[in-house]
Unconditional design. Structure first.
Length: 118
């Protein structure tokens, strides 16, 4: 059974950086598109960044130029480098396998909490 585990969250001051990791166990996801999502308190979950099997990336307008998604297929891991963090980036961050423009494959995991203080 495939399991995606998010890690790397924490408390950081505005302007700081964090790197999140999404590690897959049980199967390789080198041929899959992977998305990073976030859900802030009281808000709906939103797609932050996406990376295709070939390395093509897409970002939400709110994080363009600040976040970078990448993958290491040898480690079955996708990363989200987050720079110039803002308080509005505070959320629980999740990863998932994506199919098509919006569908996700797996049940959501626990995510990793990112808190940005002002």
């Amino acid at each position: 059974q495939v399991q995606l585990v998010e890690s790397g969250g924490g408390l950081v001051q505005a302007g700081g950086s964090l790197r999140l990791s999404c590690a897959a166990s049980g199967s390789t996801f080198s041929v899959n598109d992977i998305g990073w999502y976030r859900q802030a308190p009281g808000k709906q979950r939103e797609l932050v960044a996406r990376i295709s099997s070939g390395g093509t990336t897409v970002y939400a307008d709110s994080v363009k130029g600040r976040f970078t998604i990448s993958r290491d297929n040898a480690k079955n891991t996708v990363y989200l480098q987050m720079n110039s963090l803002k308080p509005d980036d505070t959320a629980v961050y999740y990863c998932n396998r994506m199919i098509g423009p919006t569908l996700v494959v797996y049940a959501w995991g626990q995510g990793t909490l990112v808190t940005v203080s002002s």
